[in-house]
Write a protein that binds this ligand. Structure first.
Ligand code: ADP
Ligand code: MG
Length: 428
């Protein structure tokens, strides 16, 4: 029997080096290993896609059900936003929804778009969610849910458009004792922070609001602007202008809440204000290692006041609130005790918020409103009382099929805040 041959690699016999490998050899080896790993990962993705293949047929089926349903929605105006004049200026609250574009990660995981934005001939702003269902015989079907809101923003909408149709016209009320608040609600990664704060290339609504606030006060030298920015995390308050220093709440005899030691900074120009807010925002995301995780469990509150005289008179107050991820409210069942506590706190605050906004819509008297139920509603108490309190809520949703349950939960919450019914059009 012939002796086994010495093992030969693709580049000749495998000879062990006598001396330590050179730097170049190590580098080549590193690159080779990296390439192999990449190839292996690509193969794994291919294999996975093969497994998903039978599902792709189901996706086609679901997509055709959606297409057939959408084709059957009565034709309406192409623009899904109501014109400003159609929305009553009197309305104390305005509830809007925004769908973000589907992202690459979702598409690569065989997600498809289950959200349709439309406005019908009566100019109702409608959002449909097409929920995948499997019937008893395993055949695929869908349930189509319809919701009606004051505004519906589709995936092509910009932050500027959101600002223009929600805040722009009511902001002048800040000179008239106005208390205006803007809440972004929704599951994590649905687009709340994108809407409120945005990024370099696409600034959030805060940016347009700041610009307009400085325009508002331009002609009155007795007016000036102050800003504070803080976060509520696990029921505790942290100042984003003081490197997340923890602050205490104090309640006076009248039930007014004061945050002790909160930095309230006077700003002289729009540019200074943006710089300051961006600084506070960076504190929010860089102060911890698991930044994303933490920001999804905190409410961020930015408050801009227009003051007069020595500053003790507050003319108007504008609050922007980037709420904790709504799915965190179900962390009440989490295995980790700390998570459970935080989840319970978020759950409490989102439920209390809903009740406070509902009460504002009915212009109920203060006594019956459950401010005390959470820190969030306690610190925002003055946003809900008074005759010139105006609230905008924007519910952000992902269009992905995997997020369907969360999307339905978000829309049901928004629907409860203001129970809008679509108007029937006699012509239809
Ligand atoms: P949330 O604050 O609700 O957790 P984000 O605002 O951080 O979610 O959004 C998650 C990701 O999706 C971000 O990368 C953001 O830039 C992107 N995104 C969200 N909404 C939009 C939108 N309307 N258009 C484009 N990208 C968006
Ligand atoms: Mg966020």
């Amino acid at each position: 029997e012939p002796l086994p041959k010495a093992q030969e690699g693709p580049k000749g016999p495998n000879i062990k080096p006598v001396t330590a490998p050179s730097k170049t050899a190590l580098e080549i080896d590193r690159i080779r290993k990296k390439r192999e790993l990449r190839r292996q990962q690509q193969q794994e993705i291919k294999d996975m896609n093969k497994l998903i293949d039978p599902e792709t047929k189901d996706i086609k089926k679901y997509k055709s059900i959606i297409a057939a349903f959408v084709a059957g929605i009565p034709a309406g105006v192409s623009n899904s936003k109501k014109s400003l004049s159609e929305i009553s200026q009197e309305a104390a609250i305005r509830v809007c929804v925004r769908k973000r574009p589907i992202n690459e990660k979702e598409s690569s995981l065989s997600n498809f778009d289950v959200v349709t934005c439309r406005s019908n001939a009566s100019r109702n702003a409608l959002m449909y969610v097409h929920e995948p269902k499997v019937k008893f015989d395993m055949s695929k079907d869908m349930e189509h849910h319809q919701f009606c809101f004051d505004n519906v923003f589709d995936e092509t909408s910009t932050n500027e458009a959101v600002y223009s149709s929600t805040l722009k016209t009511i902001l002048p009320q800040l000179l008239n004792q106005g208390r205006i608040s803007f809440f972004a609600y929704g599951q994590t990664s649905s687009g709340k922070t994108h809407t409120v704060f945005g990024n370099q290339s696409n600034p959030g609504v805060y940016h347009y609001a700041c610009k307009d606030i400085f325009k508002l006060i331009k002609n009155d030298k007795s007016l000036f602007v102050t800003v504070c920015f803080y976060e509520i995390y696990g029921g505790r308050i942290y100042d984003l202008f003081q490197n997340k220093a923890r602050l205490q709440l104090l309640e006076d005899g009248k039930g007014d809440i004061k945050i002790m030691g909160l930095q309230e900074i006077q700003v002289g120009s729009y540019e200074d204000m943006i710089r300051l807010i961006d600084y506070g925002f960076s504190t929010r995301t860089t102060a911890s290692t698991s930044a994303n995780d933490e920001s999804s469990r905190s409410h961020a509150i930015l408050q801009i006041s227009i003051r007069q005289g020595d500053g003790s008179i507050v003319k108007g107050k504008f609050s922007l609130i980037d709420l904790a991820g709504s799915e965190r409210a179900s962390d009440v069942n989490h295995t980790d005790r700390q998570r459970r506590i935080e989840g319970a706190e978020i759950n409490k605050s989102l439920l209390a918020l809903k009740e406070c906004i509902r009460a504002l819509n009915k212009r109920q008297s203060g006594a019956h409103i459950p401010f005390r139920a959470s820190k969030l509603t306690q610190v925002l108490r003055d946003c809900f009382i008074g005759n010139n309190s105006l609230t905008v809520m924007i519910a952000a949703v992902s269009p992905a099929s995997d997020s369907c349950d969360h999307t339905l939960n978000t829309l049901r919450y928004a629907d409860r805040v203001k129970e809008l019914k679509p108007e029937k059009n006699s012509k239809l």
